[in-house]
Ligand binder design. Structure first.
Ligand SMILES: Nc1ncnc2c1ncn2[C@@H]1O[C@H](COP(=O)(O)OP(=O)(O)OP(=O)(O)O)[C@@H](O)[C@H]1O
Length: 270
């Protein structure tokens, strides 16, 4: 049974990369209309989780439900429709077409996936560009934009088809503080204005905590913490607290397992 308050539900998912088990009975649900930041150590499988939700990767067992539909068993056609009409994705590499200007990049999904007349497409594109503050940059090409502007154009493009769910993978990486502030404000603003469900993978704890309604901390193939930033910071899971506070030592030790230090030193004198 799927819960309507949850836009995405991951049920008992196992996922392997070769022989390596990335997820082992993963269970998590992402509330509708909220921003959830997915965090955890490097290489733990955060991007993998987004890709399973987007249907680009299939779980080896278990279910990934988006709006109650199992993306793992959908036909290619249904998956295409779901991605086209209901999902937006913003990855670190913007994926903008370098030979198209800003306007045409944002217009691309509308021209490809709809039969809307040109004047309506124009209005929609200008509306999306206005939302990200780049209506005035419509004639520029990607090579003429700063990194922050590229990210904002990509964001305008990912909301062109009015998705219900948007996934951001490391949207702040490599941005200067001002651009980062803009992207933060945009993610929060779009979420509120459009009622989007937003999933955000990020290593930037402070920034994510500023805008996320919930944090989902993933480690060792499982969710080790899910709650509001305050709940998790004040909770009793020491590993979650270590991660959020960026403490170099704690349940995740600073030292790689080693023999006794003194014994090691004296062994050199023998
Ligand atoms: N195409 C691939 N083939 C084989 N292994 C892969 C592939 N892509 C990712 N992996 C492995 O799967 C694991 C999870 O990768 P993933 O990118 O989901 O982690 P992540 O938590 O998003 O990491 P990071 O925070 O560093 O971006 C990693 O150990 C990675 O090496």
């Amino acid at each position: 049974m799927s819960d309507n308050n949850n836009h995405v539900e991951v049920k008992d998912v196992t996922f392997y990369r070769g022989k390596r088990k990335i997820y082992d009975g993963l269970n998590v649900a992402f509330p509708r209309g909220k921003i959830t930041a997915i965090m955890g150590p490097s290489g733990t499988g955060k991007t993998t989780l987004l890709r399973m939700i987007g249907g680009q990767l299939k779980a080896d067992s278990g279910e990934v439900l988006v709006d109650g539909s199992n993306v793992g068993t959908m036909s290619r056609g249904d998956l295409f429709e779901l991605r086209k009409n209901k999902m937006g994705m913003l990855f670190q590499t913007s994926g903008l077409f370098t030979d198209l200007n800003v306007f045409d990049n944002v217009a691309f999904p509308l021209r490809t996936h709809t039969d809307l007349p040109d004047d309506m497409i124009r209005d929609l594109v200008l509306m999306k560009l206005e939302a990200v503050g780049l209506r005035g940059a419509r004639d520029l090409f990607p090579a003429e934009l700063s990194g922050g502007m590229v990210r904002r154009v990509a964001l305008a493009r990912s909301i062109a088809m009015d998705p219900e769910l948007i996934m951001y993978d490391e949207p702040f990486t490599g941005l200067d503080p001002i651009s980062m502030g803009m992207i933060l404000r945009l993610i929060r603003g779009l979420n509120e204005a459009l009622g989007l469900t937003s999933l955000l993978v990020s290593h930037d704890v402070e920034e994510s905590c500023q805008i996320a309604d919930y944090l989902c901390i993933v480690s060792g193939g499982k969710v080790i913490g899910f709650g509001t930033p305050d709940e998790l910071r004040n909770g009793d899971n020491a590993e979650v607290r270590q991660f959020l506070n960026g403490d170099p030592d704690g349940p995740v030790p600073f030292h790689y397992p080693a023999d006794d230090y003194r014994a090691d030193l004296f062994a050199g004198e023998a």
